[in-house]
Design a protein around this ligand. Structure first.
Ligand code: NAP
Length: 281
């Protein structure tokens, strides 16, 4: 029986898809625009817009397991359709923000909590993954670092424990291919707490050159990022980053599930160094 991978174009979904295929599992790769998916030749694809119930039944036909991105609009309808299709287990990509002290009002936390609640109330078997900040968020610095410009970073001394997307995918695949993680909520982070400045310093050391960082305060960040990030999301991010200044981020890795040490931010940066190196383009 097939595993439906939503977000098959996404950082995590694409990795989940490749791992399931490498393990010989039947998959169906879903996207709102499946025509442009970069998947292996012969990979079955399907058009799925989680917000559009008209697309749900075809995507779920003969599906046993689902890797699900959190999209609140349409989530109840999607999960109802999953029950009707006889789906056995759903693995949800949620977020550590659900555990914030102000999760009840934080927009990012609510975005994920709404889908968590719909899933746990659906009657389906479930696993919830709550990753912290992705290592791949560092790709947002590729422009200024590649151009040799100053990196403007709000709350540069804020700490996160960046989690490598390969580790998230490894845990997702463990959940999708076994029964041990049924009914479990798994919070996962990278192995070390780093300030944004230290993350940028790691990239700089791998490039072998200095990268200047300008620490933006909240008012400067709001002016700089307004128009690029929706206001409620920006408020949530700035709240989290402000709270992280001078406070080590808790590390909660998943060696017991993956059977290997969590990948470091340095590893992510080494693998993706070409993003930051204009001379390599
Ligand atoms: N970045 C972080 O630090 C962080 C931390 C914790 C949790 N998260 C959560 O992780 C997720 C992002 O993961 P990512 O980086 O792998 O994603 P990504 O690379 O940004 O890709 C987003 C994926 O979501 C799919 N998608 C968006 N709207 C959809 C819809 N209406 N119906 C079906 N598919 C839809 C897109 O598919 P198509 O465009 O192909 O349709 C795409 O594959 C978000 O839910 C985010 O909140 C992120």
């Amino acid at each position: 029986m097939t595993t439906l991978v939503t977000g098959a174009r996404g950082n995590v979904g694409a990795r989940v898809l490749r791992r399931l295929q490498a393990a010989g599992r039947p998959v169906r790769a879903a996207s709102r625009t499946p025509g442009g998916l970069a998947v292996a030749p012969g990979t079955p694809t399907v058009a799925l817009d989680l917000t559009d119930p008209a697309t749900h039944a075809d995507a779920l036909a003969d599906v046993e397991r689902v890797f699900l991105y959190a999209e609140p609009a349409g989530s109840t309808e999607f999960l109802t359709a999953a029950v009707a299709a006889g789906v056995g287990h759903v693995v949800l990509l949620s977020s550590e923000t659900v555990e914030l002290p102000d999760a009840a009002t934080d927009p990012l936390a609510r975005h994920h909590a709404v889908v968590e609640d719909a899933l746990t109330g659906s009657g389906l078997a479930w696993t919830i993954l709550r990753p912290g900040a992705f290592a791949g968020n560092a790709a947002g610095w590729a422009g200024p670092i590649g151009q040799g410009a100053v990196v403007d970073q709000p709350f540069a001394e804020s700490q996160v424990a960046p989690v490598h997307e390969d580790d998230i995918a490894d845990v997702a695949v463990a959940a999708l291919t076994g029964d041990e993680l049924h009914g479990r909520t798994v919070t996962l982070t990278g192995p070390e707490s780093l300030t944004f400045r230290e993350e940028i310093g790691t990239i700089a050391s791998l490039l072998g050159r200095d990268v200047a960082v300008r620490d933006l305060d909240r008012a400067e960040a709001e002016r700089t990022l307004a128009g690029r990030i929706p206001p409620p999301v920006l408020t949530s991010l700035l709240d989290q980053w402000g709270a992280g200044v001078g406070r080590p981020a808790p590390t909660r890795t998943c060696e017991s599930i993956t059977g290997r040490p969590a990948r470091t931010f340095r590893q992510w940066a080494s693998e993706n160094l070409a993003l930051f190196d204009r001379s390599a383009a």
